[in-house]
Ligand binder design. Sequence first.
Ligand code: TEU
Ligand code: CA
Length: 561
Amino acid sequence: MERQWWQDKVAYQVWPKSFYDTNGDGIGDIPGIIEKLDYLQQLGIGILWLSPVYKSPLADQGYDIADYYAIDPRFGTMEDMDRLLAEADKRGIKVLMDLVVNHCSDEHPWFQKAVADPEGPYGQYFYFRKGKDGKPPCNWRSYFGGSVWSLVPGQTDLYYLHLFHKKQPDLNWENPALRQEIYKMINWWLDKGLAGFRIDAIVNIKKDLSFRDHPVDRPDGLADLHPMFQRPEVQKGLCDFLEELKENTFAPHNAFTVGEVFDTTPDKLAEFIGEKGHFSSMFDFAAHCFGMHEKGWCKAVQPTPTDYRDCCFASQKNAAGIGFLANIIENHDEPRGVSRYLPEGADSDAAKTCLATASLLLRGIPFLYQGQELGMSNTVFPSIQAVDDVSTLGEYQACLEEGMTPDEALAVCARYSRDNARTPVQWTDGPNAGFTTGTPWMPVNPNYTRINVQDQQGREGSVLEYYKKLISLRKDEKYKETLVWGQWEPLFEDQEGLMAYRRRADKDLLVICNLSDSPRSLALPGTIKKVLLTNQEGGPQPGFDRYAAQPWQAVVLEMDA
Ligand code: TEU
Ligand code: CA
């Protein structure tokens, strides 16, 4: 496989609204990101992904775009964006923006023109359909709950399609004029100096145009929309759209693209991220999908560390010889990884750094999410009124419909809510965790007095300092051939709670992470030459071929050739 400029980098996702506020309005902004570039550089970050900062009513926190060519004033100006690109470049950091083109905002001029004249050209930018017997055209449930159809304002029997929120009308990719508008916009940004994009919800752009009903599967009388993605004509159509997109935009710019791809099968991996794939990379969501249930969060099952390992390993096996996955433990749509994958109560710094090691040295490109490097964990929800996120509100409703009490429903939502990832980054132990001098748009996690950058920066043994070591090991000239491009092989798969693997190229390295609270005595495949990294005192010794792994211990070992 040909080597690419992005493969030896570590990426970091900024969710701007909660990153750092510079003007005291309680909302993180682009100048705030610029101020923290040195912090990111010291962490070892080579790629920065910004969640949307485009002009938006923020109904879905920026994933509802009203102008693709403008920065929302709450985040800053286009000059700020240009300055961010220039300042990042000075520090060797490439910038990705979020590409949200399955849908736009109902406040986008395209939609407003379509509403004003449904028969006109902009009506063709969306999916406008007549109702069926006084009801919406089909019974699909949107991702955030409720029907995927809403009445076009001012109409009594004409609906528009929205797979997400009703303020996010789906764009009609069948229309070549719409596709050209999208390509023009992407090229405009790439010409400005973006290195590429994270591509939002992209598998949704191809619809089953028959809009047929699916079997009703919940008390709301609606049906899961997913079966449409399995239809061969939908899969073929998606592939055609993605190829045309790539040829007209990313390929000529040699841009890096990472797709948000759910609902695909292992046999499709080469088509998505192989040498000639639609994207450079795609996120590995195997662990995030684990235990999810068709009824929603109310029936979801929590993964154990062993489940987490098995999911990651299955993905590693699939991707071997095909391409680079983007490995994550969390993002802005997920609860905090340390709260999700570590057993209840086991959120010591050792456990957090153990999980970090297990994830970051897998084959693929690691994507960190803001605050992950501090060990930030889930927040507390005093009531459902304290919830901001639209998807959580839909899931709460589904919990009640399944018969849960309000308290039970709140407990479930607290576990999975996207708001867990969206509390402000904890910079200091001062007021509002140093995120803002004003009132933060969302309350800070009360644990900020304990978990914050100020405390961890420069403190030997902190989660942050460990992340720095881990990232610099992956980038170390001596080991990068092996850790970036080397083979990956699982080890000790029969042992519960142990996530261990071997990376091999010019060096032979073992990564052993004991994600459990009991010690393990391990017979190693060879003799230890050098201990490259450990998250705890006391551990393996050079010259030995056995190692007693302590609870929550992570080690990286170089073995004798
Ligand atoms: O998320 C999409 C998403 O998480 C899923 O709904 C996915 O498309 C689906 O499971 C496919 O089966 C992205 C963003 O990350 C999220 O923040 C936005 O709310 C959403 O798209 C809408 O733009
Ligand atoms: Ca601000």
